[in-house]
Design a protein around this ligand. Structure first.
Ligand code: NDP
Ligand code: OXD
Length: 315
């Protein structure tokens, strides 16, 4: 039975609710939390917090005011025909996601910059070779995407002295030390100067397949690919071909067209591909719930919501 309190439904079947519920209860004591599948009367729900929501759920949520995505990337929600088009969809903007992504990207850039794959190969060959990598100022890193996550990674890398370029759809104010590239016409120049490319784009029709044979051929020989955006950004066969040719020397992949990556997939056993199970950055309840609470307060007060997805733009 609905009381006076607004109702938030937690409908993330693949995510344990026990780490989330205490934070919701702490920060939103005025809200009733319901956990899918025990949702009671679905027509009473005001807010839905979702990730891979169960089929058939949304048509039952007839009173829904706002949809909150647990993830920053919303392409699967936008492709879901059951999601109501006129209900605001809020993407995840969580400071811990930015921090976690910067840690992961920095770790992988340093791994390639300091030539650790070659060091490991030398160890296997019992070869003592003192390698001298270029200084960070001479290492060109390129980040596709200069949003919440890309900007944070770019700034961390630039602070360490790397020569960092970023690519965005629209011109963005840039901190000192970064070089900005804008729009599709700038892409060949971006790839041509980039030795280590990091993909932090949303998956949209414009960005799908952006890590492809043309991009790899444009990069300096022996470059590296770090894909932390979405599996759909990468043309898998083009990466395998570029690795075979030595045009690309190695890749770290955290996201895949099919997740979990199927057991028979060639990426698992490839000696120059690092497979990571979509954990580059994880939404953390302690820092994510305050953002959701702020938006619920805004909705209750009739104020504009923060971080609403622009459905026409696709992110
Ligand atoms: P934002 O929306 O904040 O930023 C997206 C950036 O991509 C913006 O700079 C935007 O340009 C740029 N962009 C979008 N479309 C284009 C285009 N057609 N051409 C050029 N640039 C484009 O997203 P976030 O930084 O929060 O997240 C990025 C992605 O990271 C998510 O969509 C998700 O796919 C992925 N992700 C992966 C995680 C993981 O663990 N692997 C965790 C979280 C997110 P502009 O600035 O001009 O709008
Ligand atoms: C994502 C996320 O979008 O985990 O990948 O936030």
């Amino acid at each position: 039975m609905r009381g006076d309190r607004p109702i938030l439904l937690f409908a993330c079947p693949t995510v344990p609710s026990d780490i989330w519920v205490p934070e919701f209860a702490r920060l939103l004591p005025e809200i009733e939390i319901r956990l899918w599948p025990e949702i009671g009367d679905a027509a009473e729900v005001d807010y839905a917090f979702v990730w891979h929501p169960p089929a058939g759920l949304f048509p039952r949520l007839t009173r829904l005011r706002v949809i909150f995505s647990l993830g920053a990337g919303v392409e699967s929600l936008l492709a879901n025909p059951e999601i109501p088009r006129d209900t605001p969809l809020i993407r995840m903007v969580d400071p811990s996601l930015g921090a976690g992504m910067a840690e992961f990207v920095l770790m992988q850039v340093l791994h390639y910059h300091r030539e650790m794959p070659q060091v490991a190969a030398n160890q296997r060959a019992r070869l003592w070779e003192a390698r001298r990598p270029p200084v960070a100022q001479d290492r060109k890193v390129g980040i596709l995407g200069y949003g919440q996550l890309g900007a944070h990674c770019a700034e961390v890398l630039a602070r360490l002295g790397f020569d960092v370029a970023v690519w965005s759809r629209t011109p963005r104010p840039m901190v000192a030390g970064l070089t900005g590239f804008v729009g599709p016409e700038a892409l060949p120049r971006f790839f041509a100067r980039t030795e280590i490319v990091v993909c932090l784009l949303p998956l949209t029709p414009e960005t799908a397949g952006i890590l492809n044979a043309e991009a790899f051929a444009a990069m300096p020989r022996g470059g590296y690919v770090i894909n932390v955006g979405r599996g759909g950004h990468l043309v898998e066969a083009d990466l395998l071909a570029a690795l075979d040719l030595g045009q690309i020397a190695g890749a770290t992949l955290d996201v895949f067209a099919v997740e979990p990556l199927p057991a028979g997939h060639p990426f698992w056993a490839h000696d120059r591909i690092t497979v990571v199970p979509h954990i580059a950055a994880l939404t953390q309840p302690r820092t994510a719930v305050p953002a959701i609470a702020e938006n619920i307060r805004r909705d209750r007060a009739g104020l504009p919501l923060l971080h609403e997805v622009d459905r026409a733009r696709g992110y």
